[in-house]
Design a protein around this ligand. Structure first.
Ligand code: C2E
Ligand code: MG
Ligand code: MG
Length: 699
């Protein structure tokens, strides 16, 4: 008979005295419960005697067959008995459940963990009568716990030792945990969690960041993006961010926000970007940047319906400097040239270096006049030498200009045509500038022939002055004309000044033509004085190039004396562009003033209108540009500008002439506004000399 059967026999003995249902319960506990059940009788002196063990307990604890009624010391080794005595005594003393765990080494060397729950059975006198011990093999659950603990530690180690900053964030954005890298990154070493929210880390305005956070929360999928983060010391960091949903039992509980500082990488990328758009030698934007900017500029100009200019600047004889003084000096000079060009840089003027000795300037939202005046300033800025290693180097630039949209509506054409214009400058002897003209590319002979024709026109007397009367609005009299140039070409017909003056300016012919105009006007004043005994004032238009001629004032003095006229009958019309260079313009204007001629500002309001020059320059007349007069009756802004100019003139004692008056309504407006004089088709078109004489007689 084995141990089990012996115990089975004793079970049957006990069972005989039980009722049927109790028998069943007993049998279940005895045979089928897999936990070990021990029932001990507790005696007053804390001795405990076995009164029942089930099958599992019997087998496991290897009790002798006659264990019933025996104490721990009777059936177990001293070590085990003492342990049991100690645990059971606790129950007797506390009269409460008590749990303890045993580690048991089995015969085959495995360790088994057993957990015992001791429950006291207490009688009416509050004495512990019995103690029931349910002992369970918890080896598996201990192993599981250990595995869980291990994986928890692995996870911890992944987070704690991660080189990325890991923030454990609740779904409402409160930071629950931060790993050491995270603390270092945000410099919140004294942080107490959970305490601060993501909003303290990332600007609230960073909508992309919060959008990704929300997307992760809603879709429960990982998201990533690059963004900026502010650390506690105010430093802005470039951060690559990942949002990883924390899912427990298929439910999102929070989000890991994993941040990687990519500031260094971003800086490198920025450096690479900088290098790819800048010229290494001078630090100016390079050709690539020019191409990009030009494309943007074209789009902008297209929508805003404005014009811009591209200049290609080439240094004259730079090869000679390189060859003679070496490349190191050459490079130093290029740097100095870049610095000089940068003096012209502003919000609408950008400087580039294409390579070699070629530079570009992009001038936004401009017109020919403004462009020409800037180019002149650039060329004059090169009049000063470049100083290097106690040597002076003189360098002149040649500049070709193309205008959008007239000279090309795409980037390539604009660059090509500026180059084309530059080529013409070089051909003609450098140190100069030239606007692109369509006939340059299409038919060079055409330009050359036009130029040749214009040169001959002066000698062949094909240039004529037309005269447009200027009416005094108060007295309705008139005593002045504006002289407007016409070219009566036998082959081309009547050519308007706008069609040949730019060419004359480009070629330098404007000087002789301009001188001719001045002489002719003085002669006419003299003729009319002699014929009609009338003092008729004539205004002549002066091109900026002509104005800058060193002998300009002398030339005028000469003409006045030659025709013996009152200097105040000659009026010099200059544009605002001429006055931009105050230093140069003031002495010339003063000399003219000393001569006694009248000085007027043409097309007033369209150029660099600055009130300061009106104060500084000795100006007698302001001519309101016809673009303002055109819509003066219908456009409130034009009306306001016109009245303002008239008031300004009145307050400063300057005569005001409105140009381009074509209707009675415009005249009425100007009269109402107290404008002194008017000029325009309403009174008369520009007249030939004979027609003007008729007008003089009739008026
Ligand atoms: P500007 O000095 O502003 O001359 C006025 C222009 O407006 C003239 O054009 C004139 O014919 C035109 N005009 C006059 N009244 C009216 C009007 O009621 N309605 C309209 N729509 N236009 C009117 P023009 O003669 O074709 O001259 C154009 C420009 O050429 C002049 O503008 C001036 O800047 C320049 N110019 C003319 N003669 C000379 C000259 O001898 N030397 C220089 N350097 N430039 C000249
Ligand atoms: Mg004029
Ligand atoms: Mg004008």
């Amino acid at each position: 008979m084995n141990e089990f059967n012996k115990n089975n026999a004793s079970k049957k003995m006990i069972a005989q005295s039980k009722s049927n249902i109790e028998n069943i319960i007993f049998e279940i506990i005895f045979m089928y419960i897999k936990d070990m059940v021990f029932i001990m009788k507790a005696e007053k002196d804390n001795t405990f005697r076995y009164i029942f063990v089930n099958e599992a307990a019997f087998l496991f604890s290897q009790l002798p067959i006659d264990f019933i009624g025996k104490g721990f010391q009777d059936v177990s080794s001293k070590k085990i008995a003492d342990r049991l005595q100690q645990e059971y005594t606790i129950v007797c003393e506390t009269k409460k459940n008590h749990i303890y765990t045993d580690q048991i080494l089995t015969d085959n060397g495995d360790i088994i963990y057993a957990e015992s729950v001791l429950t006291p059975i207490i009688d009416e006198q509050n004495e512990v009568k019995y103690i029931v011990s349910i002992t369970r093999d918890i080896t598996e659950s201990i192993k599981e716990k250990r595995l869980l603990h291990e994986s928890e530690q692995k996870y911890r180690s992944l987070v704690q030792n991660n080189l990325d900053a890991v923030f454990t964030v609740s779904l409402d954005g409160v930071i629950q945990e931060v790993n050491p890298t995270g603390l270092k990154l945000i410099d919140f070493s004294d942080v107490k969690l959970p305490l601060f929210s993501l909003y303290e880390l990332i600007d609230e305005g960073n909508t992309l960041f919060y959008d990704s956070f929300r997307k992760c929360k809603l879709t429960e999928t990982s998201q990533s993006l690059d963004c900026k983060l502010k650390s506690k010391n105010g430093k802005k960091l470039s951060i690559h961010t990942k949002f990883v949903p924390i899912k427990v039992n298929d439910t999102i509980r929070g989000i890991y926000v994993i941040l990687r500082d990519i500031s260094e990488r971003a800086e490198t990328a920025e450096k690479i970007r900088y290098m790819s758009f800048h010229d290494q030698l001078t630090g100016l934007y390079n050709r690539r940047a020019l191409v990009e900017d030009l494309n943007l500029e074209i789009k902008k100009a297209e929508t805003e319906k404005v014009t811009f200019a591209l200049m290609t600047i080439d240094l004259d004889r730079f090869k000679y400097i390189n060859d003679t003084f070496g490349h190191i000096v050459g490079d130093q000079i290029l740097i100095k040239v870049a610095e000089r060009l940068l003096e012209f840089k502003n919000h609408k003027c950008h400087v580039y270096r294409q390579g070699g000795d070629e530079f570009n300037i992009l001038l936004s939202n401009t017109n020919r006049q403004e462009t020409a005046s800037l180019v002149q300033r650039i060329i004059s800025s090169f009049a000063n030498s470049f100083y290097l290693n106690s040597h002076e180097y003189y360098i002149s630039p040649s500049i070709g200009i193309s205008m959008y949209p007239y000279d090309g509506d795409d980037m390539e054409k604009i660059i090509k045509n500026a180059d084309e214009a530059l080529f013409r400058v070089k051909e003609r002897g450098k140190a100069h500038y030239q606007f692109y003209r369509s006939d340059m590319t299409s038919n060079l002979t055409n330009v050359v022939s036009l130029e040749t024709k214009l040169r001959k026109a002066v000698q062949k007397n094909e240039l004529k002055l037309y005269y447009q009367p200027q009416i005094d609005l108060k007295s309705h009299t008139f005593n002045s004309f504006e002289a407007l140039l016409r070219w009566e070409s036998p082959s081309l017909g009547l050519v308007a000044p706008n069609d040949f003056i730019p060419l004359a300016e480009d070629t330098g012919l404007i000087i002789s033509i301009g001188n001719w105009v001045i002489e002719k006007a003085c002669e006419q004043i003299n003729t009319w004085k002699t014929l009609y005994h009338k003092d008729v004032r004539i205004a002549v238009n002066i091109s900026p190039k002509q104005f800058q001629q060193p002998n300009f004032v002398e030339m005028i003095r000469y003409s006045i004396q030659k025709f013996n006229i009152k200097p105040s009958l000659l009026e010099i019309e200059i544009t605002e562009g001429v006055m931009e260079n105050i230093k140069e313009a003031i002495p010339i204007l003063r000399k003219l003033k000393d001569l006694g001629v009248i000085i007027s500002v043409d097309d007033f309001g369209t150029g660099y209108s600055s009130l300061s020059y009106i104060k500084q320059f000795p100006i007698d007349v302001l001519k309101i540009d016809q673009s303002f007069v055109k819509d003066v009756v219908t456009n409130a802004k034009d009306a306001a500008i016109t009245t303002t100019i008239i008031h300004l003139g009145q307050n400063l004692g300057i005569e005001v002439i409105a140009e381009g008056v074509e209707t009675k309504e415009q005249e009425d407006f100007l009269k109402e506004a107290n404008c002194q004089k008017a000029q325009g088709f309403y009174y008369s078109r520009p007249l030939t000399c004979e027609e003007a004489e008729q007008f003089l007689k009739d008026f």
